[in-house]
Design a protein around this ligand. Structure first.
Ligand code: FE
Length: 206
């Protein structure tokens, strides 16, 4: 059986709609083009996962910083010059251990602590990931290449508009004695989302 729909007006292509919105904003004195340029600049050159990697590396070598990060992520990353938008009221760092694994998602849309760990990958915004990671996290992680043993506790965290998360990965044992820069180089966005781990046997020893 088919459902009757009221006839709809044809929708203009997305580029045309975007241009129309931009024109209206400009007409009313909003600098839309400049804001778009600025957004692209921030996304491509500032909001990079290397920032979060610096946070992780520092937490690995500086126990007092690690404690501050776990207590109040927002204040701790500010020590490294990393700002969050005002509406990201809380940054919660989730510490992975040898027996606990944290993974983040946004079941509603695509929220991340993007100024710290970078913009969300496409798969993070995918309805499949968002719906399934909360119900069958082990299976989803396995499909993404992360095979966790049955005795590993998995915790899934659903981001909200004002509470953002980052995973503090478990430091690989073979990195003992490494400097912060060398440590930061092995930290990935996937590890800070929690779909990867950095230590063997999950990742090869670097
Ligand atoms: Fe979201």
């Amino acid at each position: 059986m088919t459902t009757a729909h009221a006839p709809t007006t044809a929708t203009a292509p997305v580029q045309q709609r975007a241009a129309a919105i931009e024109a209206v904003l400009e007409e009313r004195g909003f600098k839309a083009a400049a804001a778009i340029e600025q957004g692209i600049h921030m996304a491509e050159e500032v909001w990079l996962p290397q920032r979060g990697a610096r946070v992780v590396a520092k937490a690995w070598v500086d126990d007092a910083f690690r404690q501050r990060l776990l207590n109040n992520g927002r204040d701790a990353v500010a020590e490294l010059g990393i700002e969050l938008p005002r509406h990201h009221r809380h940054l919660v760092a989730l510490e992975n251990t040898a027996t606990v694994h944290n993974v983040i998602c946004c079941t509603l849309c695509s929220c991340t602590a993007f100024t710290v760990i970078g913009l969300p990958p496409d798969w993070y915004k995918d309805l499949d990931y968002r719906a399934r990671v909360v119900r069958e996290s082990r299976t989803v992680l396995r499909e993404m290449g992360l095979h966790l043993p049955p005795d590993m506790h998995v915790r899934v965290w659903d981001t909200t508009a004002d509470t953002r998360y980052m995973v503090l990965p478990h430091r690989p044992a073979h990195t003992a004695g490494w400097g912060e820069e060398q440590l930061a180089a092995i930290v990935t966005k996937d590890a800070m989302i929690g779909v990867a781990r950095l230590e063997p046997p999950y990742s090869p020893a670097a």
